[in-house]
Design a protein around this ligand. Structure first.
Ligand SMILES: [Zn+2]
Ligand SMILES: [Zn+2]
Length: 64
């Protein structure tokens, strides 16, 4: 069943779309994120593959 959760510190969950209601949450008034998890982990199954090609350029400054 679809539910909506706040990704902020309040970790609030609602079964209806809306915004975070926790005054102390940094995501207060931000829209809740839809989720269909059944284990309460809220979509931590998303695979995020970060592939960064870091090319090291060694620039040798020849100055005497
Ligand atoms: Zn929140
Ligand atoms: Zn969830």
């Amino acid at each position: 069943m679809t539910h909506y959760f706040c990704s902020g510190s309040c970790a609030g969950v609602s079964d209806k779309p809306g915004t975070c209601q926790a005054q102390t949450c940094e995501k207060h008034d931000h829209p809740l994120e839809p989720c269909e998890c059944t284990d309460g982990k809220h979509g931590k199954t998303e695979t995020q593959n970060k592939q960064e090609d870091v090319t090291d350029n060694n620039n040798v400054d020849e100055s005497n």
